[in-house]
Design a protein around this ligand. Structure first.
Ligand SMILES: [Zn+2]
Length: 315
């Protein structure tokens, strides 16, 4: 039986042939644990739950890794507002996420790593990139040198010159090129930090997924998934880091799911138009929520019914 899959990297449907016959290795970017998850988050998890189950159903021995981002600006800010540590806050919302996924009836991935458990691996990759001339240290920060990686933007197919025209170096950043991105950020007061060859600091966001995927799946693996909002910069930067460090192709098939829209806008925390999974499950059965998510093709937008939005609009 032949399986076809749309690959964001080629922009085409391709025959699915895993790197190792009979086995599939899949990594999906997980949530940043600073608040309750909404239906938009549920969609990515439901979509990749179905892909995971289906791959196993047709006979592939499948390893599924979904991470928790447990160090991040939003986590630090929220924890400081509440007067607790970032770790306490992230533990609270990892538990909440677990409860939500179980309530939705999703199976657990094979591995659910936390970014902060991979600091040594993050430092290793950063050192390798500096060694290869693909990264540089500046004032305790480490930045990826985008100009050193000719394949940069091969996933998002953006134009480097056009992008440069719209990018500025923010005050306090010591980048050489506005498109360079942080692998490591030097410690600031009130932030969690770890020891590193560049002094105390914490990882940038993108490097954690390169570290966790190579540790658990190897330098090259079959499927990398996530919401389409992650294509740029997150997944583009993962490719630059992983392929830059290993010199091998990172991922064979990139799969991205569409958004959940409310009144033609993406459901998101920042727009305030979201419904948490736990609030929706008070009113609707988990099977109905999964069915609603899965009736839309996974790459198309899924429209949250306005009747429901009105009935259950947050006061
Ligand atoms: Zn990621």
């Amino acid at each position: 039986m032949s399986l076809r899959v749309y690959n964001t990297l080629s922009g085409k449907k391709e025959d699915f042939e895993p790197l190792e016959p009979g086995k599939v290795k899949m990594y999906v970017c997980g949530v940043t644990v600073y608040d309750y998850c909404h239906i938009g988050h549920a969609r990515a998890n439901i979509v990749f739950d179905v892909i995971f189950r289906y791959l196993q159903y047709i006979g592939f021995v499948t390893t599924y890794v979904r991470n928790y981002t447990d160090v991040d600006d939003k986590i630090i800010k929220r924890a400081n507002e509440r007067g607790i540590t970032s770790q306490e806050l992230s533990e609270e919302f990892i538990r909440a996420f677990d409860e939500d996924m179980e309530a939705l009836g999703l199976v657990k991935p094979t591995h659910e790593p936390r970014a902060t458990a991979y600091i040594d691996e993050i430092i290793d990759i950063s050192l390798k990139l500096i060694d290869k001339g693909l990264a540089y240290e500046a004032g305790g920060d480490v930045y990826y040198r985008v100009d050193g990686f000719p394949d940069y933007l091969k996933l998002s197919k953006r134009n480097k010159d056009e992008m440069l025209a719209g990018t500025r170096i923010a005050p306090g950043e010591l980048k050489r090129n506005p498109m360079d991105f942080a692998l490591w950020k030097s410690a600031k007061p009130g932030e969690p930090s770890w020891e590193s060859p560049w002094g105390p600091g914490r990882p940038g966001w993108h490097i954690e997924c390169s570290a966790m995927s190579s540790s658990l799946l190897g330098d090259s693996f079959d499927i990398h998934g996530g919401g389409r909002d992650l294509i740029f910069p997150h997944h583009e930067n993962e490719i630059a880091q992983s392929e830059g460090a290993s010199g091998k192709p990172f991922v064979k098939y990139w799969i991205h799911n569409g958004f959940v829209n409310v009144n033609q806008e993406k459901m998101s925390k920042s727009l305030g138009n979201f419904f948490t999974i736990r609030d929706i499950l008070k009113v609707y059965d988990a099977e109905a929520v999964r069915f609603f998510i899965l009736i839309a093709h996974y790459r198309s937008p899924s429209t949250f019914p306005t009747t429901i939005s009105k009935m259950h609009a947050p006061a």
